[in-house]
Design a protein around this ligand. Structure first.
Ligand code: ATP
Ligand code: MG
Length: 253
């Protein structure tokens, strides 16, 4: 059974249909790259999975349980929303760290808030330090975001997302705000997460990265999935003409 099952998701903004009949599944420990040109609906899809947007129709299941069904009454859905969101973690293009908190505080803030009585203070800080170590940032724990490079900030953001132990970790163009050198260090940690079988969905413009790190690739265009399949097949031998045209832009540059 797949860990994540997305079935017939649609999203309208007013009269505009931004996502159409999006269906895919993802197994535990697998990673999925989503590629496609600007405006094709990649961010909207990630936002729907993270319940930052409400799909107009469709269902989302995690571990065999339906966690979202657009056909359900809204009130019933709202009730469970906070809980449901914990299934997914999201790392944005612009890291969105809290500027007034250190790297470690950014990673542990949500966990400390949840720990109302402060009973697990030290345990939480230790877990936060472990995550920073995993991101190669053990020596930056006490630094504030403005004292960190973009690549370091993004790795703190990844640690922060991991701290909540999401079932699926989502990335929206995690390196597009970074120069090539810093891009490399962030891709390296995402690659390592893949090797440790973190279940991930990665929206990216890095085609070589998608080919080498992802198990599956989805190519989106105009709010629909044009092609999906094993990463290497979709990127090196696409079946659809539209996918070929899209990938040709990357071959030229
Ligand atoms: N809140 C909104 N209200 C109305 N239209 C929206 C809203 N959010 C996104 N859209 C539209 O939905 C479409 C898909 O946008 P989306 O941001 O998902 O694309 P994308 O594939 O992530 O593009 P990019 O590669 O540039 O990030 C676009 O036409 C966009 O203008
Ligand atoms: Mg986007």
């Amino acid at each position: 059974m797949a860990l994540l099952e997305v079935s017939h998701i649609e999203k309208h903004f007013g009269q505009t249909k931004v996502l159409s009949d999006i269906s895919f599944s993802l197994d535990q420990g697998q990673s999925l790259a989503i590629i496609g040109s600007s405006g094709s609906g990649k961010t909207t899809l990630l936002r729907c999975l993270n319940f930052l947007e409400t799909p107009t129709s469709g269902t989302i299941s995690v571990g065999g349980a339906v966690i979202f069904d657009a056909a359900q009454p809204a009130a019933q859905r709202e009730e469970e929303l906070r809980q449901k969101r914990l299934h997914f973690g999201l790392v944005f293009q612009s890291f969105n760290l809290f500027p007034q908190y250190t790297a470690l505080q950014n990673v542990t803030l949500a966990l400390h808030l949840r720990d109302e009585k402060g009973a697990r203070r030290e345990e939480i800080d230790r877990a936060g330090m472990e995550l920073l170590e995993k991101m190669g940032l053990a020596d930056r724990a006490a630094h504030y975001p403005h004292q960190l490079s973009g690549g370091q900030q993004q790795r703190v953001a990844i640690a922060r997302a991991l701290a909540l132990k999401p079932d699926v970790l989502c990335f929206d163009e995690p390196t597009s705000a970074l120069d090539p050198e810093l891009t490399g260090e962030v891709l390296k940690v995402i690659r390592a997460l893949g090797q440790q079988h973190t279940t991930m969905i990665i929206v990216t413009h890095e085609m070589a990265f998608a080919r080498d790190v992802a198990d599956q690739v989805i190519f989106m265009d105009g709010g629909v999935i044009v092609e999906q399949g094993p990463a290497r097949e979709v990127i090196e031998a696409p079946r659809e003409e539209r996918t070929r045209q899209f990938l040709a832009h990357y071959a030229e540059t």
